[in-house]
Design a protein around this ligand. Structure first.
Ligand code: IPE
Ligand code: IPE
Ligand code: MG
Length: 235
């Protein structure tokens, strides 16, 4: 089987999954975070090199105060656990998104997570937290414009590759496969630039129930696709 080098996941459906069990939405998030630890190991076992997961979007601040607080609390404990699991499983963790809106202590833990795992050589695990693709592109343009004003970059030298190097995903190849759980058929502001030629896989399975078997199903489907990049079949 051809294993995608980079899999990106929109882990959706925590709230609905919890509701279906008569539990509060935040219980779904707790179980979703547990599942993430499992999927990292599964992804690595399967041979995936890069796994990029959407934890919190720039739009998710619109949720109730209670839910946002619960999520932030969860990210705190998840980050601490991840420092340990990254060490045990040799994962190199990167963070995508704008951290400045997060609480100082969470920013510090995330920095520690990235710093302490930077020399690891196993799974490249990328956490998109307070991430929005439009926000990422605007931040990139702001920095690029500044570099033009400062004379470090000439406008005529701007290429796709140079622009990509200003995005949060610099050093990370584009995803081969995007998975969204729980039935919604949209991108919700995720990796708009990077997903230009990725294959998409949507499943009804809610994130807390998504397991290795479901991941293998997605990869099997991916294997049945013919990637074209604008060319003609067979060439
Ligand atoms: C995904 O689950 C996790 C986050 C967006 C933080 P949801 O919370 O979106 O769950 P549903 O989609 O409402 O069921
Ligand atoms: C996208 O899921 C964001 C994350 C998974 C973190 P949402 O549940 O927030 O997206 P919408 O609101 O259904 O588009
Ligand atoms: Mg959702």
């Amino acid at each position: 089987m051809n294993i995608p080098q980079h899999v990106a996941i929109i882990l959706d459906g925590n709230g609905r999954w919890a509701k279906s069990k008569g539990m509060p939405r935040n219980y779904g998030h707790v179980r979703g975070a547990k599942n993430l630890e499992k999927i990292c190991r599964d992804a690595y076992d399967i041979g995936i090199k890069y796994l990029t997961v959407y934890l919190f979007s720039t739009e998710n601040w619109k949720r109730s105060r209670e839910e946002v607080d619960g999520l932030m609390k969860l990210f705190r404990s998840y980050t601490k656990t991840c420092i340990k699991t990254a060490r045990e499983n040799n994962m190199k963790v990167r963070v995508l998104g704008d951290p400045t809106a997060l609480a100082d202590d969470l920013q510090e833990s995330l920095k520690e997570l990235v710093e302490s795992s930077k020399n690891n050589t196993g799974l490249n695990f990328n956490l998109a937290i307070n991430y929005g693709s439009r926000d990422e592109i605007v931040r990139a343009i702001r920095q690029l414009s500044q570099d033009c004003v400062d004379g470090a970059v000439k406008p005529e030298d701007i290429t796709e590759d140079l622009f990509s190097a200003y995005l949060d995903t610099r050093e990370i190849p584009d995803p081969d496969l995007l998975i969204r759980t729980s039935g919604e058929l949209r991108l919700s502001n995720y990796l708009l630039w990077q997903l230009a030629y990725s294959e998409f896989y949507f499943t009804e399975v809610p994130w807390p129930a998504f397991n290795k078997e479901e991941l293998l199903k997605a990869i099997e489907k991916y294997n049945g696709r013919e990637r074209r990049y604008g060319g003609v079949k067979g060439e």
